[in-house]
Design a protein around this ligand. Structure first.
Ligand code: SF4
Length: 449
């Protein structure tokens, strides 16, 4: 039955890593507004930092990230100089007493940095911010550009977690997405990380890629699990060639259709849970004793621009082209074009391009959407009470969800909504009912499944 539902709701929806979502950010929020927000943060705020390295050595055709390709190191070095200068500009606007609990390096490929520059970047951050002794420092790794010197630099810098991009181990799939990554290379990086004491290892897998089948994704899961990662993510390939022109290089004739994508998701999900991994939110899996699984059990899981997290910080500061920040007052996104980004920073200006101040209504709806995305359930009256509101809000939204309830995507008990196991991959449809900004057909996001 759920197959029919998926066909019926073949929609493109946001991934709800924020609410409001980025298409609704506007240029009314720029550097000056961001400066005001930074300087009015309480001195004891807990911070998370995100650093975006917007370069890769080669373009993977499935890529949906914000990145540029370079074969030379000078553009990377120039870009890094701008990122370090931006860190200074932001740090100057803070009181200086904030404590950093999380740092995340994403991209692009953070591993395109030289080992020395990576170490220098962390040292620079340590000199500008107070890092908590237990701070998590996480880095996204491309095994093809990660050598042992880089891993050693990560260990020296205090990195605690590594996210390894795999997508699929199958060579035919790898060829079709222009990302040849031999199994031995992935294994070797994991071995080096463990030898250096970096044992918190995540692995990123993708379904819905060219040539994949439900049988092949099961084989992909088995090979991934054999390497014993603590966490896995399982993303559906988002084919959006009107936004990402390089995706036109992917042969659409060998892409699975919506029904096959569903079968692949289901097969991979079943295999991962059969291996003992706990399903976390929409697309993450964690070992049962991993902090992410514990946070899920205890209702303290969060969702931010990096996905699911145990991070409780109210402030996420983003550095680098296209980096997004989240503050109690609202969201900001940096200039995405690298040359323009570098120019702004060189002129001593914050690189904020757009943003949005969140309203009381946004905060309420964000809390509902976050609980749905994290817990697959929400008690609407409990959320309303957290915001000092009487029960009984969201009646129009509940009425709008009657169709999904009839289709078996969710079960409603009073004012508590629970997404069914079969409806799990459609949770974004449930969230969309609470999204005041989303009008049918207005935006073209990735497919809901
Ligand atoms: S390495 Fe990652 S960010 Fe770079 S092109 Fe490939 S998928 Fe995109």
């Amino acid at each position: 039955m759920i197959q029919n539902v998926i066909r019926k709701y073949d929609l493109r929806l946001p991934r709800y890593t924020s609410y409001p979502t980025t298409p609704h950010f506007s240029t009314t929020v720029e550097g000056e507004v961001y400066t005001g927000w930074l300087s009015s943060l309480p001195a004891e705020s807990r911070l998370s930092l995100y650093v975006h390295i917007a370069y890769c050595a080669e373009m993977c055709w499935f890529c949906g990230c914000h990145t540029k390709i370079t074969r030379k190191y000078q553009p990377v070095a120039d870009y890094l100089a701008a990122v370090l200068a931006e860190i200074d500009l932001v740090a100057q606007r803070l009181s200086g007493r904030e404590v950093v609990g999380h740092i995340h390096f994403g991209g692009g490929s953070p591993t395109i940095l030289s080992a020395e520059d990576f170490g220098r970047t962390i040292a620079h951050m340590r000199s500008r911010f107070a890092l908590a002794p237990e701070a998590e420092i996480a880095v996204e790794l491309d095994p093809r550009t990660t050598d042992t010197a880089y891993v050693a630099a990560m260990a020296r810098a205090g990195v605690t977690r590594a996210s390894i991009g795999v997508q699929d181990f199958d060579e035919a799939v790898q060829k079709a997405i222009n990302r040849l990554q031999p199994h031995a290379v992935t294994c070797q990086v994991i071995e080096s990380l463990r030898a250096e004491g970096i044992t918190a290892i995540n692995m990123d897998l993708v379904y819905g890629l060219p040539h994949q089948t439900s049988a092949s994704v099961v084989a992909m899961v088995d090979r991934a699990v054999a390497l014993a990662p603590r966490r896995l993510s399982l993303f559906g390939y988002a084919h959006v060639p009107w936004m990402k022109k390089h995706q036109r290089l992917i042969d659409e004739a060998v892409l699975p259709d919506t029904a096959e994508r569903w079968r692949q998701y289901e097969a991979a999900h079943e295999r991962l849970t059969a291996h003992g991994y706990v399903a976390v939110g929409l697309d993450h899996y964690a070992a049962p004793d991993d902090e992410l699984a514990l946070a899920l059990r205890e209702g303290r899981l969060h969702r931010n621009f990096q996905g699911y997290t145990t991070d409780q910080a109210m402030v996420l500061l983003g550095f680098g082209a296209s980096a997004i920040g989240s503050l109690p007052q609202g969201y900001v996104i940096n200039e995405g074009e690298v040359t323009a980004y570098k120019r702004l920073v060189r002129e001593g200006r914050l690189a904020t391009r757009r943003g949005i101040a969140v309203t009381a209504d946004d905060r309420l709806r964000r809390a509902v959407i976050e609980r749905l995305m994290c817990d697959m359930a929400v008690n609407l009256d409990a959320v309303a009470a957290r915001f000092g509101m009487e029960g009984g809000v969201f009646t129009p939204e509940l009425n709008a969800l009657a169709g999904l309830e009839a289709d078996g995507v969710l079960v409603r008990t009073g004012r508590t909504l629970r997404v069914t196991p079969a409806g799990r991959p459609l949770v974004r449809l449930v969230c969309a009912a609470f999204d005041r900004y989303l009008k049918a057909g207005e935006h073209r996001h990735s497919k809901a499944v």
